[in-house]
Design a protein around this ligand. Structure first.
Ligand SMILES: [Zn+2]
Ligand SMILES: [Zn+2]
Length: 414
């Protein structure tokens, strides 16, 4: 039996070096150009000859390589995302971000490094693998739109995984997909899995409430959009508390309220509101969207304001195929030991990995990278987020073991 844990430990120095290099040079969604170049170089150095750079709309970002191109048998995709966030890093690490206002605060630097590690340990084993393993380094997971991040004037209109699924041939002939996301609040080195619904689908709502502005001491000559917006926001909370089945988890948050007045004695002309909702079911998401609009329109009519309401549905929910997940858990347990594998609870975050799961069975799992002594236990998207390097070989071993197990065992899946 192949000892993936030992093989991963043997490439640990490479994994750590790659990660630190990615971490120091983080790039925003669909702008992962240096990152793509480094990944392609590393893959070619390992021996991969069919390395493809670029995805539809983005010719310089995203990297795909096959272990056994065209070989008959099953094909599994191992996927890592690549993008960083528009956050100013607040660590004093020797490899802290050199790019002002951009940071690998979601741990995608670790994903790329772990997947390169898997590509490295699987390459010498390729003749023993009775099918193909496709490595996808995917840009644009954070799906930053240009209106969220003005520096991204040419960002794509949909997340990277959706582009690959809908506009690329990279999923042709693929039988399963597997990926790992590092997680700062889970113990370092432990793979956490959830069969079935795992991560949420989301909804982004932009609303503008327009009244009639004027003097704060003469409200009768105005139509106050602030009071109307507050009424709408309060009423929205009853969608979750009064209208959704308590067995269906859902959350609604208003994250931004802005007025065009900066003082106390002015009734502003308009208020803009940005809200989000998350749930594990797309029909629940659509219900929330419809009710938010109906409530906003109803309250607006009663309070004499006008509203504009736009809602965009985000990624689908991550739903792990139960049979494939348990098969993967078995491979991981054999590779890194049962003490490093744990079942966990779903989380109300979202991941565009779900787009791959729309067309093939798949599993996304968490690798804990939290270690309080090393200050690597911050939550994702925190300005001090960092991964514990010691955890990463377990991620590499798990990626390799799942792919090897899926190709070389003929267990039926979803
Ligand atoms: Zn993230
Ligand atoms: Zn992420």
């Amino acid at each position: 039996m192949i000892n993936f844990k030992t093989l991963a430990q043997e490439v640990k120095d490479d994994i750590v070096r790659w990660r630190h290099d990615f971490h120091a040079d983080p790039e925003l969604s669909f702008h992962e150009v240096n990152t793509s170049r480094k990944i392609a170089e590393a893959l070619r150095k390992i021996g991969y000859t069919n390395v493809r750079v670029g995805i539809p709309h983005c010719p310089e970002t995203g990297v795909v390589a096959d272990l056994n191109p065209g070989k008959p048998g099953r094909c599994i995709v191992l996927r890592a995302d690549m993008d960083a966030l528009p956050i100013q890093e607040e660590t004093s690490l020797p490899y802290t971000s050199q790019n002002h206002g951009v940071a690998h605060a979601c741990g995608h630097d670790s994903h790329m490094a772990m997947l390169l590690g898997a590509a490295k340990i699987l390459f010498p084993l390729r003749s023993q693998i009775n099918g193909n393993i496709r490595f996808i380094f995917q840009p644009g997971e954070e799906y930053l739109l240009s209106d969220m991040c003005p520096s991204l004037s040419d960002a794509c209109s949909k997340p990277g995984a959706r582009i690959l699924v809908e506009e690329d041939d990279v999923m042709d002939g693929v039988d399963a997909v597997f990926g790992i996301h590092v997680w700062g609040t889970l113990p370092s080195g432990v793979i956490h899995y959830v069969p079935g619904p795992f991560m949420t689908t989301n909804l982004i709502v932009n609303m503008e409430v327009t009244g009639v502005g004027g003097h704060g001491a003469m409200p009768h000559t105005c139509i106050d959009p602030v009071v109307a917006a507050c009424q709408i926001i309060s009423a929205w909370q009853t969608i979750i508390s009064r209208e959704i089945d308590p067995q269906e988890a859902a959350v609604l948050t208003v994250g931004s309220i802005n007025v065009d007045s900066k003082t106390y004695n002015v009734i502003p002309e308009r208020v803009s509101v940005i809200a989000g909702a998350r749930t594990y079911d797309e029909t629940v998401r659509e219900y929330i969207k419809q009710r938010m609009q109906e409530i906003a329109e109803g309250v607006a009519k009663g309070m004499r304001v006008k509203i504009s309401f736009t809602a965009s549905s985000g990624v689908p929910p991550v739903r792990n195929d139960e049979v494939f997940t348990m098969q993967a858990v078995q491979s991981i347990t054999e590779a890194i030991g049962a003490e490093h594998v744990a079942c966990t609870k779903p989380v109300a975050a979202s991941e565009d990995f779900s787009w791959y799961q729309k067309i093939v069975p798949g599993a996304l799992m968490f690798l804990g990278v939290g270690n309080e002594e090393k200050h690597t236990n911050f939550a994702q998207h925190h300005p001090q987020f960092n991964s514990d390097d010691e955890a990463l070989p377990n991620g590499t071993a798990s990626l390799a073991a799942v792919a090897y197990g899926f190709i070389n065992q003929s267990v039926d899946i979803g």
